[in-house]
Design a protein around this ligand. Structure first.
Ligand code: NAI
Length: 289
């Protein structure tokens, strides 16, 4: 099956690597040629390093790299059996994109969104054939994180979730079927996790580094909440919180934070922009609030 991936940012590039390694021909599309170049160079170099470390053979790494076709032209999706979207977390933009995708792809092509929080039903509603629409939600970094949430919408045809589950499992992932609700499992549980950590900071209970340290060293989390929000990106993370809060009819449990909103507005997205809660600028001591 040929797979189309839209968006070559953190998630799209990671998903493209996963499916290329699994043996699929992959068309990776982005509106930004610069983002595409960066993504393809990163994937090629990651696969090369994996081969050098003996995690895969040099031939397999080369073959996976050769299966990856970067493009800015939607027409290249004409032979796709599955398209996964990983663009900006905005409902209107995603809906508009799928209207364009449907014009190009075959009638039986499965359409999927990697959205973290938006209603799958509402994205599907923009499609001519919403019964072939489903959520396939990977975690960052996609090549390393085993969990994938599979989210059928109310419109999704019977049987599609199982087909997709089997496909994703074949890529070496651990899929879990989840109902189409705001934030699904992980991003719903994560909202109070981030929100409470920010409130601890705002109330001066402890500084960021201490909170992160407590949760990693003593709480067993791989990353503390501030380091994790910086890793995910405040553009993504803030929008997800806002979307979950709105979707739960402004339930205060999910209320976004002004502290994070200011980072988002300033363009302090975290690692990707060089500054978030911490400062990642070259030469800056780490961690530095
Ligand atoms: P990103 O900002 O790293 O990448 C988005 C890419 O999409 C950019 O390269 C941009 O040029 C491209 N793009 C935007 N609009 C486009 C359009 N109309 N057509 C073609 N390309 C377009 O974002 P990231 O972090 O990869 O997130 C993408 C999606 O995945 C979002 O829906 C997000 O909620 C979700 N997600 C993000 C996770 C994270 O930890 N960052 C984890 C799981 C899901």
């Amino acid at each position: 099956m040929t797979i189309g991936i839209i968006g070559s940012g953190a998630m799209g590039a990671g998903i493209a690597q996963v499916v290329a390694v699994a043996g699929h021909e992959v068309y990776l599309l982005d509106q930004s040629a610069t983002a595409l170049e960066k993504a393809t160079a990163n994937i090629a170099s990651t696969l090369r390093k994996l081969a050098e470390k003996g995690k895969m053979t040099a031939e397999a790494a080369q073959a996976a790299t050769a299966r990856l076709h970067p493009t800015t032209v939607m027409q290249d999706f004409v032979g796709c059996g599955l398209v996964i979207e990983a663009i900006v977390e905005e409902l209107g933009v995603k809906q508009q994109l799928f209207r364009q995708v449907e014009v190009v792809v075959p009638a039986d092509c499965i359409l999927a969104s990697n959205t973290s929080s938006l209603s799958i039903a509402s994205i599907a509603s923009a499609c001519q054939r919403p019964e072939r629409f489903i959520g396939i939600h990977f975690f960052n970094p996609a090549p390393l994180m085993a969990l994938v949430e599979i989210i059928p919408a109310v419109q999704t045809r019977a049987g599609l979730a199982e087909e997709v589950r089997a496909l994703v499992q074949g890529w070496g992932k651990l899929p879990v079927l989840v109902k189409d609700t705001p934030g699904f499992i992980v991003n719903r549980v994560a909202r109070p996790f981030y929100g409470e950590a920010i409130r601890l900071l705002e109330e001066g209970v402890a500084d960021m580094a201490t909170i992160d340290w407590v949760l990693t060293e003593l709480g067993g989390f791989r990353m503390g909440p501030f380091a994790l929000m910086d890793f995910i990106g405040h553009d993504v993370n803030y929008r997800v919180t806002e979307s979950v809060f709105t979707a739960f009819f402004f339930d205060p449990r999910f209320k976004p934070s002004f502290t994070q909103k200011r980072l988002f507005e300033a363009g302090y997205y975290g690692r990707k922009s060089g500054r978030g809660f911490y400062n990642y600028a070259e030469g800056a001591a780490m961690p530095e609030p």
